[in-house]
Design a protein. Structure first.
Length: 638
């Protein structure tokens, strides 16, 4: 069964009758290795062919589908057509020329990439590495009618599929032969997975991922940002083709493009691309909605990162990104509702902010439906009352809401009496997502080695639990298979020696070419920061600390620097290399061990490639981590 992007059910409402029937035939009569896109903007010019089909051993095919009937066609030549419609006679583009133009544009664009051109030794040296073709589907005209009307004089018969050639009972092989007869040149090809990704990178700029930051986006280019928003690109130089390209995984693209209207919930493991999908959703809705989009999260540093990401997409005015309590404060200020007096008891102050915001909405002082869409990242850290408040901010006309959730990373969620985690249904807090939830199990962020150690350490936390469609499942992550070094556990002679070891390792990594922005030290207690900062300063290593609200908000500004972030503040962030000090000082004896283990699991899964953990003595989580590392080492060696 072919993969159709977006999913067929998600685009049925905007398909014509002929497109619906043809898309069903594509799904049923093509094998699993066929990729088919329907009405998806192509390239920087945002061309919109009806269907683009890619097959690793066949090539690229562009199709236009027409629901015309014979009586509709009043005049047709090789350049144009005149159709009789409810609006009278109208001129429309010649469908085959339209498909040919789309296909040629795609061929030219792909051929600019050296990795997608045939080598000099090939018969078609310098040409596209795969064949390409184009054609027309006449969904309501049979082959007999086509021949009787003499349409073959203006529509090349071999480039046309007629109504009776796409019926449900038509043999799959015959159907495929009709498709591949549309190629003007046919030669053997075998597109590799990297080549298929490069094709997707060129055709769909909105699914590109920055390989340096691992963030969804388009490298800050105004041209490509304009393409993302569906606006006319500026006449600047085309984007350079990098040697290393990265795109959304096909499953991520399918989910992002297939997300329909209404409330949606994505339950995804750490590193599954939830935030990437949120970014794509913001880009899509920004060009469709007149009201602004609100993005909320509980982590101040994550809010800063998301804000930076939206500014990179040139969405600063259309998308508002705020830490939840900052948003409450902004609402109270904007609508002249009394704000609470500041108190060093941050929990009491924050709770008062929320209560006053809820009261302001209930009284009508703070208006509802202010936003065209609301997105909640790290929703597992939101309390039920916060969901009830925020859901009222969604304009009921657009009714667009997205909640990203991973209960394994829920480090702030309130507990019930007895210590067990508080359960709730989304429907009970106004999120109407039953039947519109998605589970993402595949972890793309971490290497197999990092994820395996984190899973082994947190195995008791990640025991799979079932939940109904409206509940909150606990999902165990699965690796996407990317490989890297085994996480390290370094035993130092003292806590002071720990800081020295970490600073030396960072200096060595930087000397070997690692960008300092790719490195983070993730710690448990703010008291540990001074010693770490001292050692980095002695070595002349720039750093930025997030040990304060203002510092968290500016963590990603300025020149490249090592990031020092707490385990709580690290949620939602990722770095190539992560150092975690103080394993012997964990768990904090004043906190439940399960909560401390969750924190360390979150910290471990911030590392995309290299994870180094240290201790200044034995005890605490040291033995548990050592066991996890040794166990994974043994498994990989077996």
């Amino acid at each position: 069964m072919a993969t159709l992007v977006p999913a067929r059910n998600a685009c049925l409402s905007r398909m014509t009758s002929g497109e619906r029937r043809f898309s069903e035939r594509l799904e049923k009569k093509l094998e699993d290795d066929y990729l088919c896109w329907f009405d998806v903007p192509i390239g920087p010019k945002q061309l919109r062919p009806d269907f683009v089909i890619v097959h690793p051993q066949r090539g690229v095919l562009v199709l236009e589908v027409k629901d015309w009937k014979l009586e509709h066609i009043q005049q047709i030549d090789r350049q144009s057509c005149r159709l009789l419609t409810e609006r009278g006679l109208v001129s429309v583009p010649h469908p085959l020329e339209q498909a040919r133009m789309y296909a040629m544009q795609i061929e030219v664009q792909l051929r600019q990439d050296a990795a997608l051109r045939n080598p000099q030794s090939h018969r078609y040296a310098g040409k596209l590495v795969a064949p390409w073709g184009f054609g027309v589907v006449l969904a309501n005209i049979t082959r007999a009618q086509f021949d009787e009307k003499g349409l073959g004089q203006v529509l090349e018969p071999g480039h046309v599929i007629c109504q009776d050639e796409m019926l449900d009972h038509v043999d799959a092989e015959r159907f495929q032969q009709r498709l591949w007869a549309m190629f003007t040149q046919v030669f053997a090809c075998k597109l590799t997975l990297p080549q298929l990704d490069r094709i997707r990178w060129h055709l769909f700029p909105e699914i590109r991922v920055n390989p340096q930051t691992n963030q969804f986006g388009l490298f800050g280019s105004s041209t490509t940002a304009a393409a993302n928003l569906g606006t006319e690109p500026s006449k600047t130089a085309p984007i350079a083709i990098p040697d290393l390209i990265k795109v959304m995984d096909l499953n991520q693209e399918l989910l992002a493009r297939s997300m329909g209207d209404g409330h949606r919930v994505i339950h995804g493991v750490a590193g599954s691309g939830k935030t990437m999908i949120l970014g794509y959703r913001c880009l899509k809705l920004a060009r469709e909605l007149s009201k602004p989009i609100l993005v909320l999260c509980f982590n101040v540093a994550l809010a800063a990162r998301l804000r930076q990401m939206m500014l990179g997409y040139d969405l600063g005015e259309q998308v508002v990104v705020l830490h939840f309590h900052d948003w409450c404060r902004a609402m109270l200020t904007a609508f002249n509702v009394d704000r609470p007096q500041w108190t060093p008891d941050i929990n009491a102050y924050s709770e008062d902010l929320v209560l006053r915001t809820i009261a302001g909405v209930d009284s009508g002082q703070i208006p509802r439906a202010q936003y065209g869409a609301v997105m909640i990242d790290e929703g597992h850290d939101f309390q039920p009352e916060w969901f009830k408040l925020v859901v009222q901010m969604v304009d009921p006309v657009s009714n667009a809401m997205l909640v990203l959730y991973d209960d394994a990373q829920a480090i702030y969620s309130p507990k019930q009496k007895g210590g067990e985690r508080r359960k709730f249904s989304f429907a009970s807090v106004g999120v109407q997502a039953r039947g519109r939830t998605t589970i993402l199990k595949l972890n793309y962020r971490n290497t197999l080695e990092v994820l395996a150690v984190a899973r082994a350490f947190a195995s008791e936390l990640l025991d799979a639990q079932n939940a109904d469609d409206d509940g909150v499942p606990l999902i165990s992550p699965e690796s996407a298979g990317r490989r890297g070094p085994l996480p390290e556990l370094i035993r130092a002679k003292s806590h002071h020696a720990e800081a020295i070891v970490i600073a030396d390792h960072i200096r060595d990594a930087h000397q070997r070419g690692r960008d300092l922005s790719d490195i983070a030290i993730v710690y448990r207690k703010d008291q540990w920061v001074a010693n770490l900062e001292e050692q980095l300063t002695r070595r002349g290593i720039p750093f930025r600390s997030a040990n304060g609200p203002d510092k968290k908000r500016t963590l990603f500004e300025g020149e490249p620097a090592v990031k020092l972030v707490s385990m709580h503040s690290s949620k939602g962030l990722e770095f190539h290399t992560v150092f975690i000090p103080g394993l012997d000082r964990l768990p904090d004896t004043r906190e439940p061990e399960e909560s401390e283990a969750r924190l360390l699991y979150v910290a471990m899964t911030r590392a995309t490639d290299r994870l180094v953990m240290t201790c200044g003595r034995e005890g605490g989580f040291v033995e548990r981590v050592a066991s996890a590392v040794n166990g994974v080492r043994a498994q990989l060696a077996a």
